[in-house]
Write a protein that binds this ligand. Structure first.
Ligand SMILES: Cc1cc2nc3c(=O)[nH]c(=O)nc-3n(C[C@H](O)[C@H](O)[C@H](O)COP(=O)(O)O)c2cc1C
Length: 180
């Protein structure tokens, strides 16, 4: 499976998960399918840098990340950064993240944390040579009405993010096949 969408919130009423679902819908409309991971369902252990890498749940997760060429990460912003659960996913995944095209969708409480996902982006770029889609989706509570995303501008940004993400994945695949 070339495309993977990960909802990295552990909150069962997560707003970033709603953003991820919208992104999946847009991807489907463009004619592509994706693997889907919701961390609420995964019960992943915290990274201890040791025996955790032999854990079946971690091995399965790494396999699914490895298979993807493009990954969309939907993350909650906590304490001005991406949440610890999202970072844990990078720690557990390690080299499985190598050379992916990664895009971000963020849910936050306020406008001031808009650079929240950048620390994850840095690690993905510098440790794992990922291509980061230079368009983030950043949504606030006021962009939703209960479990529904209501702001048309956020919808438009999701569409743009997904389109650019697909364009990058397909272009890189194409260029690899021409240079091999
Ligand atoms: C522990 C904690 C820390 C938070 N820190 C921030 C923050 O620094 N900046 C911000 O804009 N929102 C912050 N929020 C609000 C969350 O970003 C917001 O609730 C968002 O919807 C969480 O994503 P989720 O709904 O996908 O879980 C925080 C929420 C929690 C629970």
């Amino acid at each position: 499976m070339s495309y993977l969408i990960i909802s990295a919130s552990l909150n069962p009423k997560s707003r970033s998960c709603l953003l991820a679902r919208e992104a999946l819908l847009e991807l489907t409309k463009l004619g592509y399918s994706a693997d889907w991971i919701d961390l609420v369902d995964e019960d992943l252990p915290l990274c201890d840098g040791d025996s955790v890498f032999e854990d079946e749940r971690v091995i399965r997760m790494r396999e699914r990340i490895t298979k993807a060429e493009g990954i969309l990460l939907a993350v909650p912003v906590y304490n001005f950064y991406a949440s610890a659960a999202a970072k844990n996913l990078l720690e557990l995944g390690g080299n499985a993240w190598k050379e992916k095209v990664v895009g971000f969708l963020c849910a936050a409480g306020g406008k001031a944390s808009y650079m929240g996902p950048v620390s994850l982006a840095n690690s993905l770029m510098l440790d794992f040579r990922c291509w980061i889609v230079p368009r983030f989706v950043y949504a606030l509570g006021s962009d939703f009405d209960g479990e529904k995303l209501t702001d048309p501008k956020i919808r438009e940004r999701i569409f743009t993010l997904v389109s650019e993400w697909v364009r990058l994945v397909e272009a890189l695949r194409d260029s690899r096949s021409r240079t091999l």
